[in-house]
Design a binder for this molecule. Sequence first.
Ligand code: CUO
Length: 690
Amino acid sequence: MTNTDLKALELLFQRPLEPVFTTRDSGKTVLELPDSFYTDRYRNDTEEVGNRFSKDVDLKIPIQELANVPSLDFTKKVGLKDQFSLFNNLHRGIASELVTLFMGAPNLRQFVSLCVYTKDRVNPVLFQYAYAVAVAHRQDTREVPITNISQVFPSNFVEPSAFRDARQEASVIGESGARVNVDIPQNYTASDREDEQRLAYFREDIGVNSHHWHWHLVYPGTGPLEVVNKDRRGELFYYMHHQILARYNVERFCNNLKKVQPLNNLRAEIPEGYFPKILSSTNNRTYPARVTNQKLRDVDRQDGRVEISDVERWRDRVLAAIDQGYVEDTSGNRTPLDAVRGIDILGNMIEAIPSLSINYNFYGNLHNEGHNLISFAHDPDNRHLEDFGVMGDVTTAMRDPVFYRWHGFIDSVFNKFKTRLDPYNAGELNFDGVTVDYIEAKIGKSNTTANTLLTYWQKSSADLAAGLDFGPSADGNIFASFTHLQNAPFTYTFNVTNAGARRTGTCRIFICPKVDERNQPLSLEEQRLMAIEMDKFTVDLVPGENTIRRQSTESSVAIPFERSFRPVGADYQPKAADELARFKFCGCGWPQHLLLPKGNAQGMLFDLFVMISDYSLDAVEQPKTPNDACSTAYSFCGLKDKLYPDRRTMGYPFDRRLPNANLAQLVAAFGNMAKTDLRIVFNDRVIDKA
Ligand code: CUO
């Protein structure tokens, strides 16, 4: 790949609403288009337009003519200013075709040309999605960093008045390269009259929402089969969203709220209203709100139809399949829902993925159509010409309290299946001769107490300039500062005795809440469903005593802040290949700053649980594809072009019932497990990031 190809691909992530021939990269670079690429609007003035933007640039990247000019008529049903939704069947079909087109470009240079040609001819959000999916999946673009969605479409993530400030500041300062800081307020969507507002720091976190977008980008629901059909993707759909729910429920306890009430009655009023206040990038309108006590209604719009009774029927069929223990394909062949493959079959069937569902006509499109019913509740027949609310869009859905109620319901369906399986037996849990004697988690400073961890607010900033179109900001950086939860980094230490020969184990760390919002103790069954995976890694055990140390920042579920909000632009890219590989952006992963739940001022009590399982039963034979340096959050995101790196079902050992009455008895029965009390103390102060 030449530098200009790389550069061109990177530039396509910038300024998504501006014509592709305008300058990018702070005015330094321009793409030189063949005349035939100009859209009708500019076609008569190609020379003038081209000249205007190529004055004073450092780099002109010539774009090759297309060998085959594709017809893009299939994209027209999503207008340039429409909202684009991955939950909408019509939109997903169009996206799938576009991804297929991009994947099919015969070589890198033609891929660049095709993307440049397409960019101004299709809906910009659709383009960015299909483009990012193709970049993430083409072999020849492995090295291309995918810009974080919060930087491409910042208005989907932050309160819009911040942008007015940004543009004003930029025009006053006006100087090329100047740094502009704007403050994004915290807690702007509701007052404390609304109890749900206590969780806004979690729901509206930029890292949380960009992780969710990125996950759906890496695991798309439609497109060519080689893009969609990934190892255990249905199971990962269950598990990643299950972990979000576990975390959210725990976070609710920390804020004196009871756990989520699953949305299992689609005819009841929804007490949780939500007024998002953020802007849709394509049409500059705020996302529609949902009032308190809104009822769902049948959706009957040109771009989508769904009846509540459809969703209820699919729900009942899925539940019946779980009760019967098997699913039926279109010819009536039965596949048992067993302990190993059952959850993967259900995941693809419930989400639902048309090409992977065992019987899409019969089991339907449960999860996606639920998103649609909810996202159009304010205008189900389009009489007010309002687009979907935040639940219709993977970049914004997690902001809304109802997201957790709907996914709480979906999760309860998966959990019903898991609960029907036999409890794990001793043979599936033990690791003979391996004993965990001691565990602790301790903040890195010398004078801290073991097993007391700390959270606080932190003020950080991220560069959002890439996505700000038509602003004077082109010549500078817009740093948006925002306040988010943070945890003090800590270290786990385990002492492990190995009575046998040298061997390998998998170390699995979880925290489980001990009490609910009323301070009532939780049963093992409740703890199991809210167990938060903290980390998972392999350990080499020598005969005798072993001391294992692991930093919280190495977690297999999370990615560091810098990874989520890396500055965009070639200037920031390291030159050395190995450094570039490490730097390479991979935005899928839980944000490190939310690795720990908030806790509370008095110190919220948890069980810190560790288990070392037998690696010979966990290991997976991987294909010989190149390793991907940035796949660090593999627990939630898997590994690029590889199998999921753990043979056990996801969530093991908490994904199934356990044979003991409580957690203390479980760890007493199995030497390869241990637990200790852990306290998470929240300190209500804002620390500026150094
Ligand atoms: Cu991720 Cu419903 O699947 O939002």
